[in-house]
Design a protein around this ligand. Structure first.
Ligand code: AP5
Length: 214
């Protein structure tokens, strides 16, 4: 049986940072749907090209594309693995689909972790984010700077600002979060799976809280 842990939270809450840190420590598999779509776009696959306009505007990519992606990924994961889903489900339809598709992949949803952060902190985190376009490592100009300014510690590539971290796109992503994704929190609360994490502390503090909640 595979175990799924869902990471919830607004754009910039630190889902990817916490999931990557705890996965590296525990051996869990970190799956970021945003990273998968950016990779598909960079490789010019049909899924990536379809996702382009949605991602650039901060809208959600169609559910069908995401559900197919997650279904294939879970099916190809080794038995006994723990999978951290970062960025999926993103609306109640995707949350329902995950319950429907998990049994076929011999997977079950263990918990959903909601990373709570103030709006000021979200904007500060998104505004200073830098990402490695080659290996996907994430940084922040103040809270998580690379050793050499603008260069990835892991692979030496020049860091970039994500295309959807422009102020107008951030504003739209936050609106989409409130209307489409915030209801997913109530969905998992009703299912008795929700754990709330105070994600206002440092990246190391948040990772420790996430690990303790698993
Ligand atoms: P996605 O990549 O999932 O973006 P997101 O949900 O908006 O989340 P972010 O990656 O922006 O934030 P995060 O919470 O992971 O924060 P991070 O750890 O980087 O999705 C992008 C797009 O893809 C969507 O808009 C949509 O178009 C599409 N998409 C993806 N999934 C989809 C789905 N299921 N359905 C439909 N469409 C989908 O941290 C942010 C910054 O803060 C970093 O600089 C980091 O270093 C810093 N930081 C992190 N933690 C801390 C901390 N504790 N203290 C200080 N700084 C911190």
């Amino acid at each position: 049986m595979k175990k799924i842990v869902v990471f919830l939270g607004a754009p910039g809450a630190g889902k990817g940072t916490a999931a990557a840190a705890v996965a590296a420590k525990t051996g869990a598999i970190h799956v970021s749907t945003g990273a998968m779509l950016r990779d598909a776009l960079a490789r010019g696959t049909p899924a990536g090209l379809e996702a382009k306009s949605y991602m650039e505007s901060g809208a959600l990519v169609p559910d069908e594309t995401l559900c197919k992606m997650i279904s294939e990924l879970l099916a190809g994961t080794a038995d006994g693995a723990t999978v951290f889903l970062d960025g999926f489900p993103r609306n109640v339809a995707q949350a329902e689909a995950l319950y429907a598709l998990a049994p076929a992949a011999d997977a079950q949803i263990a918990s959903a972790l909601m990373l709570d952060v103030s709006k000021e902190a979200l904007l500060e985190r998104l505004g200073g984010r830098r990402t490695c376009p080659k290996c996907g490592a994430g940084y922040h100009v103040k809270s998580l700077p690379p050793k050499k300014e603008g260069i990835c510690d892991a692979c030496g590539t020049a860091l970039v600002t994500r295309a959807d971290d422009r102020p107008e796109t951030i504003a739209h992503r936050l609106e989409v979060y409130e209307s489409a994704t915030a209801p997913v929190v109530g969905f998992y609360e009703k299912a008795g799976k929700l754990r709330r994490i105070d994600a206002s502390g440092s990246a190391a503090e948040v990772a420790a809280l996430v690990e303790a909640a698993l």
